[in-house]
Design a binder for this molecule. Structure first.
Ligand code: PMP
Length: 360
């Protein structure tokens, strides 16, 4: 009898991505604050557009995403030809690794960086290199010191997940300027919309050959379940990634929802204002309870406990109250819980539960 096929080298080194739970036994009113989803749901405009598009679900979707790319280009003031849309920004991260990384190549990412960077690097046969951070923030000097001629990609998320920290424009430019020739800096802007007056690196990616930006509809735009992301960067990179893109990678329902959401400035403005208010409440509340909590520029905060046992005890207590947060041991922060910023009622419920846990 034949044996099962062996995967390519590196694939068995991939640690399975563990998605969080969305249910808690015995609770019908679960408060899910573990995946940085929008507590206000999807915009009504996107829901209506998706319902309308669903009527044509027997038809293949548009293959070049022209409508969505045009809308993104209009809203962000960028060139539609230099945009590519993927099944979440995860798919774009994956293409970047497939296109530019192979055996013997290295990909740098910050020590506490998003888990898809090492996963996609290994899937392409490359070696992920975790570079130490300074105060849970990207350390540009350490990144530059770690970059060699084997380094093909450097991933940073800005703001970063799970730390919520932000790297300023001058530091980003210094990083881009100092990388070896032929190495692409990928700025992951999954949470860029939560930073006021920040273009997410689009200006830089538009002006340089070695910077690429990824963005998503999963967070601010409230469309995590639709799976739509986009990338922007040098035309040469877009042309390469398009060769890897499946012709019908996005459904017509997802495309319609994303296009409507991108046009819904009022929804984004409301969510941004509320996130800023609730995030301040949450950070202040955590600090009042004696927990460590850095300033966050995203839609989540990172709460630091005395040790992993304390973090796990708090996690278990919150779960017993029907509240799901994320223990981020897989990110190298076992003493931390990442908590998505909820709406007003959600933040009150979380702070009340944390207060009860602390008082027990
Ligand atoms: N980058 C970062 C930093 C993230 O936190 C996430 C979502 N967890 C993603 C990318 C992927 O988002 P999506 O695939 O939903 O666009």
């Amino acid at each position: 009898m034949q044996s099962a096929p062996q995967p390519q080298p590196g694939i068995l080194d991939i640690a399975l991505y563990q998605g969080g739970a969305s249910k808690v036994a015995g609770h019908s009113d679960v408060l899910k604050l573990s995946s940085n989803e929008n507590p206000h749901g999807a915009p009504a405009s996107a829901q209506a557009a998706a319902a309308e598009a669903a009527a044509a679900m027997h038809l293949y979707p548009n293959t070049d995403h022209a409508g969505l790319r045009a809308k993104i280009a209009e809203v962000h003031g960028v060139e539609a030809e230099r945009i590519i849309c993927g099944v979440g920004s995860d798919e774009i991260i994956h293409w970047l690794c497939q296109a530019y990384v192979g055996p013997g190549d290295e990909v740098l990412h910050p020590e506490y960086g998003f888990l898809m960077y090492p996963i996609s690097t290994r899937a392409a046969g490359g070696a992920p290199v975790a570079v130490g951070e300074r105060n849970r923030t990207v350390d540009v000097d350490a990144m530059l010191a770690a970059a060699t001629e084997r380094t093909k990609l450097v991933f940073i998320a800005n703001p970063a997940n799970p730390t919520g920290t932000f790297l300023g424009g001058q530091d980003v430019v210094r990083l881009a300027d100092g990388l070896p020739d032929g190495c692409l800096l990928v700025m992951d802007g999954a949470y860029a919309e939560y930073v006021e007056d920040f273009d997410g690196g689009l200006g830089l990616a538009g002006a340089r050959q070695n910077v690429f930006v990824t963005r998503t509809f999963s967070k601010m735009y409230g469309l995590g379940g639709m799976r739509v992301g986009w990338g922007y960067g040098p035309q040469e990179v877009i042309d390469v990634l398009n060769r890897l893109r499946g012709p019908f990678n996005l459904s017509n329902v997802a495309l319609a929802a994303a296009e409507a959401a991108m046009a819904d400035r009022a929804f984004v403005d409301r969510c941004l204002a509320d996130n800023t208010t609730q995030r301040t409440r949450l950070i202040d509340g955590l600090r009042d309870l004696g927990l460590g909590c850095d300033r966050s520029e995203a839609n989540f905060v990172l709460a630091r406990f005395a040790d992993e046992d304390e973090a796990l005890a708090c996690d278990a207590f919150l779960k017993s109250q029907g509240i799901i947060v994320r223990h981020v041991a897989a990110y190298g922060l076992p003493h931390c819980l990442r908590m998505t910023v909820g709406d007003d009622a959600g933040t009150t419920r979380l702070l009340d539960a944390l207060g009860t846990w602390r008082a027990a």
